[in-house]
Design a binder for this molecule. Structure first.
Ligand SMILES: [Fe+2]
Length: 267
């Protein structure tokens, strides 16, 4: 009977499952995970509540690359190509973007806690209304003519990166009916060799959508996924100007920052 009702609800929602169904699946999988084991510090590749992961997760063991061989032909970038102004996403388009101006900063560290210096850090994000400048993002929220949502910078001698941006809004996606991604900023960090490249998402503290989000929840270890959530820092917040968040990125070791789940460009 319960099965039948679930099917009826799914039919009424155009074939998409409800948040209730997804949340029940998330809870069921979480119950099977032993948090004391500390085993699953990365997103699960086949995580049924994240529907598209079922079809596109790798079914064979990953090919291990020789890091030194990769270094011979992998692309690299020049430090001189990065303009310091690219770290300010609020000044790129000749006018002020709409939304909560905020500073996001932190350190890029190796597994021993040492700063990773002069590393390229790239970010991309939705605008305050939750909309990307991307052809595949057509949901009815306004584009902001003064905001591209892209920035980059190099870490300094202490491994510190710093961006000034607009706090992104949550946005809908088609994983299930009434699915909303929590506000997040995508980060890419190259690390000290090409095989350390880390692509992930930073979230904001206290977001009620985190509990409902199958991408965030696909990292089964609670303390590992918590490492993707920034900390609000009132000392970073500036009088009558901007709020501030702090978020460190650890490239290697036991406290490594988890990867973002393998998301599509606009997820
Ligand atoms: Fe996204």
């Amino acid at each position: 009977m319960a099965e039948q009702m679930t099917d009826d609800v799914a039919d009424a929602l155009g074939g998409l499952d409800s948040q209730q169904t997804i949340s029940a699946e998330i809870a069921r999988i979480a119950q099977t995970y032993d948090a004391a084991s500390g085993e699953e510090l990365q997103p699960r590749r086949d995580y049924p509540p994240y529907r598209s992961s079922l079809l596109r997760h790798p079914t064979k063991a990953l090919q291990q690359a020789d890091p030194e061989g990769v270094e011979l032909w992998s692309p690299c970038f020049g430090e001189r190509d990065v303009d310091p102004l690219e770290a300010d996403l609020t000044i790129q388009r000749g006018g002020e973007p709409i939304g909560e101006r905020t500073v996001v900063t932190g350190r890029v560290l190796d597994g021993a806690g040492r700063p990773v210096r002069r590393q390229l850090v790239e970010v991309w994000q939705a605008n305050a209304g939750g909309r990307y400048i991307h052809q595949r993002d057509q949901h009815p929220a306004p584009l902001d003519p003064h905001f591209t949502g892209m920035g980059r910078c190099l870490t300094d001698d202490d491994g510190v990166y710093r961006f000034t941006t607009i706090k992104p809004g949550p946005y809908p996606w088609r994983n299930h009916h009434n699915a909303w991604r929590p506000a997040h900023i995508h980060f890419s960090v190259f690390g000290t060799d090409f095989t350390q490249r880390l692509v992930t998402q930073m979230y904001f503290p206290g977001d009620p959508l985190l509990a409902l989000d199958p991408i965030y929840q696909s990292i089964l270890d609670p303390s590992a996924r918590q490492r993707l959530v920034a900390t609000y820092d009132h000392d970073l917040t500036r009088h009558e100007w901007s709020t501030g968040y702090r978020w460190d990125i650890v490239l290697t070791g036991a406290r490594r920052t988890p990867l973002g789940a393998d998301t599509e460009e606009t997820s």
